[in-house]
Design a protein around this ligand. Structure first.
Ligand SMILES: NC(=O)c1ccc[n+]([C@@H]2O[C@H](COP(=O)([O-])OP(=O)(O)OC[C@H]3O[C@@H](n4cnc5c(N)ncnc54)[C@H](OP(=O)(O)O)[C@@H]3O)[C@@H](O)[C@H]2O)c1
Length: 363
């Protein structure tokens, strides 16, 4: 069998997900020949050129003081051109940065595959999203994959794509898509205060870089939008009927630590009373998203907290588990259910690495 050329990764983001991917590659357990050739965060980019990065290079990058100028460094044509010259080049986005869609387009135009955990580039206005998807098609070879954006490591996007491309009619998708909110709801049900439950979720790496995106429902709205768009619906995130987990007015202020923690403390008692009342009725709060096809074929999406009987499968999810149930023409009686851990560095990095192997034809 011919020896396959090694895959070269330009990794953006060295946080919870990015560092899990770095560890995974360093462990040498991946079946493919995959190496990091460049790594970037907001503190800088380890320049491409030369051999694969060493662990010392990555440590040096992580130890750098925080600056704001690195983003333009990593987005330079020079960095992309150098990466495009490597064998099987892939750009992996493990940031939550806005505006990455333009960077992806430039990468795809150079024949660099793009794999992302970042939802924001996929929920840009529909026309821009189509332009991004076309950029990959125009080059004829470079591909974009984003399994990690919904349900972390769970095969949600691929399952939905398979249903659609085999001609099934997807009528309804009901999902618990936020591992973070699921974890917080479980902690609340067990008697933990809201402010403390959010702090634990953040410590464990379950939350978005800015936890207000989880608590306000924006993160779930993006995921619902990504799923609805797989059905061909030109839905925008603003079309998702959204009820936040925590009211938007409370979430104002800074994402950094104290402001948010204090704001949440003001809701601790109210949430404790609400949860106690639900417990007494044998119910649990679940942050549920629904994507529904109407009679005329129009697709609607909604997300918000609902009280479900504690025996309901969505209410029995433990920790940061996620659940997605597809009701389709072929799965009409019993929905096709995908469920498991829906947040965390290792599972999300697994989805990224699996996508890297798929775009490069290694899987
Ligand atoms: N955590 C999860 O369970 C999970 C699950 C599914 C999907 N995701 C998605 O995965 C992505 C990363 O999440 P995370 O939890 O790893 O976040 P995180 O811990 O906050 O890490 C974000 C990383 O991105 C870097 N970064 C931000 N803007 C950048 C830019 N413009 N250029 C280069 N690097 C940039 C940050 O740099 P600094 O280190 O310098 O700040 C940081 O290293 C997010 O889009 C999230 O939605 C996360």
């Amino acid at each position: 069998m011919a020896h396959e050329a090694p895959v070269s990764i330009l990794l953006l983001g060295t946080g919870v997900v990015g560092s899990a991917l770095i560890e995974m590659l360093a462990s040498g357990t991946c079946a493919g020949d995959v190496a990091l050739s460049a790594v970037a965060n907001t503190r800088g980019v380890v320049p491409t050129g030369g051999a694969a990065l060493t662990a010392a290079d990555v440590h040096e990058l992580l130890a750098r003081p925080r600056t704001v100028r690195a983003t333009s460094d990593v987005a330079s044509d020079e960095v992309l051109d150098a990466h495009a010259r490597r064998s099987c080049p892939v750009l992996v986005d493990a940031t939550a940065a806005r505006g990455m869609e333009r960077f992806y387009e430039r990468a795809l135009a150079r024949g660099i595959h793009v794999v992302t955990a970042n939802k924001k580039p996929l929920v840009v206005p529909w026309v821009e999203r189509q332009s991004l998807f076309d950029a990959g098609r125009r080059t004829g070879g470079a591909r974009l994959r984003y399994e990690a954006t919904v349900g972390a490591g769970l095969p949600v996007i691929e399952t939905l794509k398979d249903l659609v491309r085999t001609g099934d009619r997807v009528d309804r998708i009901e999902c618990v898509l936020s591992g973070t909110l699921g974890f917080i709801a479980n902690e609340l049900a067990a008697g933990t205060r809201l402010s403390r439950a959010v702090a634990i979720a953040k410590e464990r790496g379950y939350t978005e870089p800015d936890p207000r995106e989880d608590l306000g429902g924006a993160d779930v709205a993006r995921k619902a939008c990504i799923l609805a768009r797989e059905l061909g619906a030109p839905l925008e995130t603003s079309d998702v009927a959204l009820e936040p987990f925590v009211p938007a007015a409370v979430l104002g202020g800074s994402e950094e630590g104290r402001d948010l923690h204090h704001a949440l403390e003001s809701l601790d008692d109210e949430h404790a009373r609400r949860v106690a009342a639900l417990n007494a009725r044998g119910e649990k709060l679940v942050y549920l998203a629904r994507i529904q096809r109407g009679a005329a074929g129009t697709v609607r999406a909604s997300a918000g907290p609902v009280a479900l009987p504690s025996t309901h499968p969505a209410a029995r999810l433990e920790g940061p588990r996620a659940l997605v149930a597809f009701t389709t023409a072929r799965y009409a009686d019993a929905p096709l259910v995908v469920s498991g851990s829906g947040a965390g560095g290792a599972v999300t990095a697994t989805a990224l690495l699996a996508d890297v192997l798929k775009v490069t034809g290694r899987a």
